[in-house]
Design a protein around this ligand. Structure first.
Ligand code: GAF
Length: 390
């Protein structure tokens, strides 16, 4: 989306010119799924698809927001000092939540503003449209109101919006990937310590293809919270048996195999096994990628999907159809679901020469098996939030 058309859209929504244009990316996760709330490693990157925002200060105390993605909601208005969570809120829960959580740190606004947003991330697709809007708004307000806070503060604030304001027990991966994103780099993040390193994504003749199931999101939030509490129960049982850990990310596979009997519940053992082995697999995958061992990297990506299918049980027919069909195509190094699962998107690493056939073949099989079409996009790995100029 270009600068001028965003400014034009602002004018159409509010009837006068907006001032500045900003952008925050979405994200894909290469590997390390459902490890971030288990103290493990994740390996995501920001992408060029994301959310744009056009800002204009107001002289009164009203905030007015309009989303081109949700035109039926119209212009939503709230005063700068009425930020409490209201379950009837529309998408303005995001600006209100960002402002509510930042106010806890003394970062407030002293006048209202108009904000137009337009995202090119497919809605509820597992590419983190929520974290994208949280970081977009955090960065806009940081700049416009001279808060002077660093990106990590805005990242943690985005997570606080999810956890404390909206009541979703997500980890920090999405906000971190978006806030700290760097062009052509993935981020290996240790969610226990928040230590991280940038890792060049050098895939040779291959590209990352995003495959969207287009599945309507159902029960994702409650299932997500259920998985998280299953892992917490497994940790509590290990602790009760004398294992000295706070999170599953602290265990090696050997240690886990030795102590798993203490969990004494088949479902909880499976959940914990995924979290432990996926964490180790993520470290191996980063090493393989950095060493240029792309086939090994692809195999680990596939193994991640298998574990998310059998042990974590968050894939479902749509994501399985995409990944399993992708594995059979020529020129494919690996494929797996990305994000929370239960729908949303998968990724595949595909040789450039095979991409057109890949999209056609996987698309045909998906339509036949599932009854509606999947969508495909070639991903480009992008920088984090920024201001856009003409
Ligand atoms: C969602 C969450 F928001 C992340 O924190 C992470 O847990 C992911 O699901 C699964 O890896 O995107």
């Amino acid at each position: 989306m270009d600068y001028q058309s965003l400014k034009d859209e602002f004018k159409k929504a509010f009837g006068y010119e907006g001032d500045r244009v900003y952008f925050a990316p979405g994200r894909i996760n290469l590997i390390g799924e459902h490890t971030d709330y288990n103290g493990g490693h994740v390996f995501p990157c920001a992408i060029t698809m994301g959310t744009y925002g056009v800002y204009k200060a107001r002289e009164d105390n009203q905030v007015r927001v309009y989303s081109a993605n949700l035109p039926d909601a119209g212009v939503l208005t709230f005063p700068i000092d009425k930020l409490d969570f209201d379950k009837n809120d529309n998408w303005d829960k995001f600006p209100r939540g960002v402002m509510y959580e930042m106010a806890k740190q003394g970062k407030t606004v002293d006048h209202g503003f108009d904000l137009f947003v337009h995202g090119d991330l497919p809605d509820a697709s597992g590419l983190s449209s929520s974290a994208s809007i949280e970081l977009l708004i955090g960065n806009i307000l940081n700049k416009e109101f001279n808060w002077g806070v660093d990106q990590l503060t805005l990242v943690k604030n985005g997570q606080a919006v999810e956890n404390d304001y909206l009541g979703l027990n997500t980890g920090i991966m999405d906000q971190f990937a978006i806030g700290m994103g760097k062009k052509d780099q993935a981020i290996l993040l240790d969610t226990n310590t928040l230590k991280y390193q940038y890792v060049p994504v050098e895939l040779g003749d291959n590209v990352v293809v995003i495959m969207n199931t287009n599945k309507q999101r159902q029960l994702t939030d409650s299932k997500y919270n259920e998985r998280r509490s299953e892992c917490e129960k497994a940790v509590a049982l290990l602790q009760k048996g004398g294992v000295d850990i706070k999170t599953l990310g602290e265990l090696s596979q050997e240690e886990f195999d030795k102590e798993a009997y203490l969990i004494n519940d088949d479902t909880l053992i499976k959940r914990a096994r995924h979290a432990v082995i996926e964490n180790q697999r993520t470290l191996r995958a980063q090493k393989a990628l950095s060493a240029g061992e792309l086939e090994e990297f692809g195999k680990l990506v596939n193994a991640s999907h298998v574990s998310l299918h059998y042990d974590y049980e968050v894939t479902g027919k749509e994501l399985d159809t995409l990944a399993e069909t992708a594995w059979k195509q020529p020129g494919v190094l690996g494929a797996r679901m990305t994000g929370a699962g239960f729908g949303g998107c998968a990724i595949a690493i595909v040789n450039k020469a095979n991409v057109d056939d890949f999209i056609k073949n996987v698309g045909d099989v998906y339509k036949k098996e599932i009854g509606y079409a999947a969508s495909f996009y070639v991903a480009s790995i992008a920088d984090g939030p920024k201001e856009i100029t003409a």
